[in-house]
Design a binder for this molecule. Structure first.
Ligand code: ZN
Length: 282
């Protein structure tokens, strides 16, 4: 009996030690940050680096407009320290979830300080908007994890310089006055920045295929304006673009929306790739 009594405190210590080990393994001490889709994930990864524990909700290769989170996504999100999303209707599912999140989850809408047209949610395709969204992300990370604030600020500063360089490359590419034909109408902010105009086959959410008569009208317009290319987002495939390209006897080229990226590239890399495609196609 004495032996058993002596053993109990020892067992208790062991159990407590094990529990605390598990807790430490589960909770690295880094802020748990959740992002809605790839662009927000990439921006947050660039600024947060190794100082945060980052999870993206929409899988990287998935087109986010029609996404619906699972019950397990929602359960995980309720344990986050921070949830970062784009807004302007990009994540229709997020509005419903935000209402149900516990008070301790800090929710950041990165478009809050940006003038938007309320229709096209793809604001990050304007480098100037992307900079503001990154600044908002840096602010919340620095606030929640103040001991690493300088790390976040340093990463932001060096990335903003790279974005400014890309912006200059776009400005020097003589895009002003050009019209681009696109399948998914995601590029209005990009076009506004550099004086271009987009003609889109689908709407801004890419969820409605054009009718045969709309398609015929676009082909006529392409021919009459002497357009040599139609752009598509590889995330949604090139089927429609190829159909138009064949009909109008032009080429189909990729123009990434950065809603997802199968190669997990960063924003600056994708924006540079887009500029190369624009130069080829206009
Ligand atoms: Zn889109």
């Amino acid at each position: 009996m004495k032996k058993i009594i002596k053993l109990i405190p020892l067992m208790l210590i062991l159990v407590l030690a094990l529990t605390s080990c598990q807790k430490n393994a589960e909770n690295s001490g880094k802020p748990k940050v959740y992002t809605s889709f790839y662009a927000m994930y990439d921006f947050t990864k660039t600024i947060g680096g190794d100082d945060i524990d980052l999870t993206n909700i929409v899988p990287t290769g998935t087109e986010p407009h029609d996404f619906e989170p699972t019950a397990s996504d929602m359960a995980k999100l309720s344990e986050a320290d921070i949830f970062i999303y784009n807004g302007v209707g990009m994540e229709s599912w997020a509005d419903k979830i935000i209402e149900t999140l516990p008070q301790n989850v800090k929710v950041i809408c990165t478009s809050e300080q940006i003038p938007t047209d309320g229709n096209d949610p793809h604001i990050w395709l304007s480098p100037q908007n992307a900079k503001l969204q990154m600044q908002a992300i840096c602010n919340v990370l620095s606030e929640v994890d103040s001991k690493n604030a300088q790390n976040y600020i340093n990463r932001l500063d060096s990335y903003l310089t790279q974005i400014d360089e890309v912006d200059t490359e776009y400005k020097n590419a003589e895009l002003d006055g050009k019209t681009i034909f696109v399948t998914h109408g995601a590029y209005s902010y990009l076009c506004n920045d550099y004086g271009m105009k987009q003609v889109a086959l689908e709407g801004v959410t890419g969820d409605s295929d054009p009718s045969p008569s709309q398609m015929a009208k676009v082909v006529d317009q392409i021919k009459s304006e002497g357009i040599s290319c139609i752009f598509y987002d590889p995330l949604e495939g090139d089927k429609m673009a190829q159909a138009v390209a064949n009909e109008a006897d032009i080429q189909a080229l990729p123009l990434y929306t950065f809603e997802g990226d199968s190669e997990s590239r960063d924003y600056v890399t994708v924006m540079k790739a887009n500029l190369e495609e624009l130069k080829k196609g206009i």
